[in-house]
Design a protein around this ligand. Structure first.
Ligand code: PEP
Ligand code: MG
Length: 536
C-alpha cells in the first residue's frame, strides 16, 4: 500500500444510519450565512438588496419555466408575485435608509409577514408561510454571495441537517448522505434505509471541502475524503459484494417460517405508491404501516380528500386482498407540515403531534377519514391512529370516523368503516393497554424507545440510552400477551422489527407480525428462518 497516498486521505468517523457503500464527489450543502455580511454604506446596502431581489426574481422565473409539476409552479409564481410587489421590500429599504445592513433589514421586514401567515386561520394561508420563508432565504443567500446548489446524481451530500421533504426531492441514485445532526431513528434515516441510500450521522461537516472524492461507508459509519487507490478498490469491491449479498438475502422470499416451521407474517412499511413499484404483492404479507404524513409535506396545499382517496385506493388495490394498514396523519415531532404543525414548540416530540394534532384540526382530519372510509370499500384496509396516550382519544377518533361514514352515506357515496387500531408508542398506553377499545395494535418502537428512555430519537449523543432495553422488551411482551389473550393482532412497525439482530428477542416476546422497510424483508426473513425457539 502507498503510505504517502494513505496519509493524504482524510477519515471522519460518524455513526451508521443506513447501510451501503457510495463513492462520488462530495457536495457540501452549507447553511446560509445570513449574518456573514459586512455593512458598507447605506447606498451600497440599498443596491445590494435591490440586486439580491432582482437575482432572486431571475432565479424563480428560470425555475418556473423548468418545472412541470403544477404545485411547484404555483409556489414559484406566488413567490414571483410577492417580489413584484414593491410593498414587500419597502420596509427593508426604509430600515437601510436608517442605517441598517441589507440582510438584517430584509429579515426584519419579512419575518413579521411570515409570522402573520403562520397565524392565519385559513390552512391555505398558513401553508404559504413556508413559501415566504423559502423566499426570505433565497434573497439572504444572494446577499451572502451564495448560489443555489443543485445536487448532482451520484454525489455524497454533506449537510448539517436535512428535512425529509428535501430528502424526498433529491435524486439519490448511487449517492449517499452525511449529516452532522440526526440519528438512525430520525425520519430522514428511515427514508434513507427504505430507499437504500447509504447514510451516516454525527460527522462535523463544517469544514468539509466541496468536490473532493469521497467514499461513504454506511456500514462502518465512516467518510473518507480522497481515498487512495487501494481504499477506492476496496470500496468498489464491497459495493459489488453488498449488492450480491442483498440479492442473496432477497432470495428469502415467500412466507417466513421459523426453523420449527411456525409461520410469521412480514409486512412492509411505506410512505407512498412509489415504494411499491417493482414489488410483487404476492411476496409480502401486506402493508403494515403507510406513513401518510409524507403526502402532506413539501406541498402548497394539503392533499384533498379526493387526492388522498386515489392514493389509498390504489394501495389497497395493489395489495389484492392482503391487509393494508394506513396510519392517520402523524405530523409533528421531526415531521413538520407547513400550515398545520405548531412552529416553535419547545419540545416537539412531546408536543402537539399525531392524534393530538388531528383532533385539533377537525376539517383536515375529516377529509382524511372520509378518504379512508371510501378506500375501505376497495379491499382489506385497516386504519391506525398514532400517538394514542389515553382511551378517550381513540374513542373520539372512532366517533369522528362514524360521523364521516354517516355523512358519506347521506351523500350517496360508497364507504365503510374499516377496523380501527392504535399505535402503541407512548409508555402510558403500553402500560394500560387493557383499557383501549382498539381492533388491533401496532407497536411503534422508535417512539416507544425514546419515551421509555427519556432520550430523544434524534440526539446523537444519547444513542447508548435510546436503544431497545429490558424495559422496552417488557412493554412489548405485555402488549403482545394482552392482544393474544383478547384475540387481537399485534404487529411491530418501528425500525426494531427490521433489525435482524433483534428478531429472535422479539419472537421470544411472542411477536408474530413484523412490518419492515422493503429493503429489510430478506434479512428479517433470514433471521426468522434461523430461529428455533426461545433461548430462555
Ligand atoms: C414508531 O414510532 O416506531 C413508528 C413506527 O412511527 P414513526 O417512526 O413514524 O414515528
Ligand atoms: Mg412513532
Amino acid at each position: 500500500m502507498d503510505h504517502r497516498a494513505q496519509r493524504a486521505a482524510q477519515r471522519f468517523e460518524g455513526r451508521s444510519a443506513a447501510p451501503g457503500v457510495a463513492l462520488g464527489p462530495l457536495v457540501h450543502l452549507a447553511p446560509a450565512r445570513h449574518d456573514a455580511r459586512q455593512y458598507r454604506s447605506a447606498g451600497e446596502e440599498h443596491e445590494a438588496l435591490a440586486d439580491a431581489l432582482a437575482s432572486s426574481q431571475a432565479d424563480l422565473t428560470r425555475l418556473v419555466g423548468a418545472v412541470e409539476d403544477a404545485d411547484a409552479q404555483a409556489i414559484l409564481s406566488f413567490q414571483i408575485a410577492l417580489l413584484e410587489d414593491d410593498n414587500l421590500a419597502a420596509p427593508a429599504f426604509a430600515l437601510i435608509a436608517g442605517g441598517g445592513a441589507a440582510n438584517r433589514a430584509w429579515s426584519a421586514a419579512i419575518d413579521p409577514e411570515i409570522a402573520s401567515y403562520d397565524q392565519a386561520d385559513d390552512p391555505y394561508f398558513r401553508a404559504r408561510a413556508s413559501d415566504l420563508r423559502d423566499l426570505r432565504d433565497r434573497v439572504l443567500r444572494h446577499l451572502a454571495g451564495e448560489a443555489d446548489r443543485a445536487v448532482p446524481a451520484g454525489a455524497i451530500v454533506a449537510a448539517d441537517d436535512m428535512p425529509p421533504s428535501m430528502f424526498l426531492a433529491t435524486d439519490w441514485r448511487d449517492g449517499g448522505l452525511v449529516l452532522r445532526r440526526g440519528t438512525p431513528s430520525s425520519h430522514v434515516a428511515i427514508l434513507a434505509r427504505s430507499r437504500g441510500v447509504p447514510m451516516i450521522v454525527g460527522v462535523d461537516v463544517d469544514h468539509l471541502g466541496d468536490g473532493a472524492d469521497a467514499l461513504l461507508d454506511g456500514d462502518a459509519g465512516l467518510l473518507i475524503l480522497d481515498p487512495d487507490p487501494d481504499m477506492r478498490a476496496d470500496g468498489c469491491r464491497r459495493r459489488a459484494q453488498q449488492s450480491e449479498a442483498r440479492q442473496a438475502v432477497a432470495s428469502f422470499s415467500g412466507p417466513a417460517l421459523t426453523a420449527s416451521g411456525e409461520r410469521v407474517r412480514v409486512m412492509i412499511n411505506v410512505t407512498g405508491l412509489a415504494e411499491l413499484e417493482g414489488l410483487d404483492p404476492a411476496d409480502v404479507d401486506g402493508i403494515g404501516l403507510m406513513r401518510t404524513e409524507f403526502l402532506f409535506q413539501g406541498r402548497e396545499h394539503l392533499p384533498t380528500e379526493e387526492e388522498q382517496y386515489q392514493i389509498y385506493r390504489r394501495m389497497v388495490e395493489w395489495a389484492a386482498g392482503r391487509p393494508v394498514t394506513i396510519r392517520t396523519l402523524d405530523a409533528g415531532g421531526d415531521k413538520p407540515v407547513a400550515g398545520l404543525t405548531q412552529p416553535g414548540e419547545l419540545n416537539p416530540f412531546l408536543g402537539v403531534r399525531g392524534v393530538r394534532l388531528s383532533l385539533r384540526h377537525p376539517d383536515v382530519f375529516r377529509a382524511q377519514l372520509r378518504a379512508l372510509a371510501r378506500a375501505a370499500v376497495a379491499g382489506n384496509l385497516k386504519v391506525m391512529i398514532p400517538m394514542v396516550t389515553v382511551p378517550w382519544e381513540l374513542d373520539r377518533c372512532r366517533a369522528l370516523f362514524t360521523e364521516a361514514l354517516d355523512e358519506l352515506q347521506r351523500e350517496g357515496i360508497k364507504a365503510q368503516l374499516p377496523p380501527i387500531g392504535m399505535m402503541v408508542e407512548v409508555p402510558a398506553a403500553a402500560l394500560t393497554i387493557e383499557d383501549f377499545n382498539a381492533d388491533f395494535f401496532s407497536i411503534g418502537s422508535n417512539d416507544l424507545i425514546q419515551y421509555v428512555a427519556a432520550a430523544s430519537r434524534d440526539e446523537p449523543q444519547l444513542l447508548e440510552l435510546a436503544r431497545p432495553s429490558r424495559a422496552v422488551f417488557g412493554l412489548i411482551g405485555h402488549v403482545v400477551e394482552h392482544a393474544d389473550r383478547t384475540s387481537r393482532e399485534t404487529s411491530l412497525c418501528g425500525d426494531l422489527a427490521g433489525d435482524p439482530l433483534h428478531v429472535a428477542a422479539l419472537l421470544d416476546q411472542g411477536l408474530r407480525i413484523f412490518s419492515v422497510a422493503p429493503g429489510a424483508l430478506g434479512p428479517v426473513r433470514a433471521a426468522i428462518a434461523g430461529y428455533s425457539g426461545s433461548a430462555a
